[in-house]
Design a protein. Structure first.
Length: 318
């Protein structure tokens, strides 16, 4: 996350430019991530599939991912869960079956339950946010764990949706017995979690909640847009500022108050400033007059992205 300010601190260290350029050249043959993401996010809601979408985005990040193999693994999980739930199961029976399959140890998961990876709970290592890696390692984070739960619960017909907190996903479950919507914390056995508890773990402003940034059930389209941030994060990590801005623009088209994507978009503009100016012009005063409009435009776009997020209630300490 980089917010550009005035003065010498406007420009970010040029030492990172070499890595940026190398990554850019290495990706010249990469199919357009923007085209792929837009195709997924613009598809009819009836055609949207959480598993296929997540794996499509993951494959952009890691082309070695075998989508078909992972889908077969998910299909097998669903068959076991369906069998465990029994004939004509209630929603609560289905919920228990999903929860037990993932988090209890038994023959159904080869006595290898899925666990919270305490060495990387936020998924700061990009590879740990890839769904096939989570399924293989059985150790997840606050991105992969709720997404796999969402995929499985949806496949067995449960009324679930993805929801967000700062740097965190969780599940909203509409309980047909009580008529209430319940938060399920998938990093802790998918047991109920009150809003107050979530806010204590991941502080957020009342303004952000009022603006629908956090704690609301996402639509299917917004959920897919949230999943697509793996591509945005990959571009940022690899110093691809131009691609990051393009990807963020598509995500925000379909999830308009996604503050996290706005912040990452701002970082993308900062990387562009780094790529175009930091190497040649250590100080803003050294920038040739003919290039100042471009520099000022990028600086304004950077600041504007952060300002839009802050207007929704996002804060930099998140």
């Amino acid at each position: 996350m980089r917010r550009v300010t005035s003065g010498a601190s406007i420009l970010i260290a040029a030492a990172m430019l070499v890595a940026y350029s190398a990554a850019l050249l290495a990706d010249e043959t990469r199919p357009s991530a923007v085209t792929t993401i837009r195709a997924v996010l613009s598809s009819p809601e009836s055609d949207m599939d959480f598993a296929k979408a997540k794996l499509t985005f993951d494959k952009i990040v890691d082309p070695n991912i075998d989508i078909a193999t992972t889908l077969m693994q998910i299909d097998q999980m669903v068959r076991v869960i369906t069998s465990t739930a029994g004939p004509n199961p209630s929603n609560r029976a289905k919920l228990t079956a999903v929860r037990n399959y993932l988090y209890a140890s038994g023959d159904w998961n080869e006595h290898k339950p899925f666990q919270y990876d305490m060495t990387d709970p936020l998924g700061k290592k990009l590879a740990n946010k890839l769904l096939p890696n989570y399924i293989e390692a059985r150790r997840g984070n606050c991105v992969t764990m709720p997404i796999l739960f969402l995929i499985l619960a949806s496949r067995v017909g449960l009324p679930v949706a993805l929801s967000t907190a700062p740097l965190h996903f969780f599940i909203k479950y509409a309980d047909d017995v009580t008529g209430q919507t319940i938060n399920l914390e998938t990093t802790s056995g998918a047991y109920p979690a009150r809003d107050e508890w979530i806010r204590k773990q991941a502080p957020m402003t009342d303004q952000a909640i009022a603006n629908g940034v956090y704690l609301r059930a996402l639509t299917k389209r917004e959920t897919l847009a949230a999943m697509a941030t793996i591509v945005l994060e990959s571009d940022i990590e690899r110093r691809r500022g131009y691609e990051a801005v393009d990807v963020a623009n598509v995500i925000l088209q379909y999830y308009q108050n996604f503050a996290y994507a706005m912040v990452e978009q701002g970082t993308g503009y900062a990387l562009q400033i780094q790529a175009e100016f930091a190497d040649k012009y250590p100080r803003p005063i050294d920038i040739p007059p003919a290039l100042l409009p471009r520099f000022q435009m990028l600086q304004q776009q950077n600041l504007s992205a952060f300002a839009r997020a802050e207007a929704l209630g996002w804060r930099e300490d998140e």
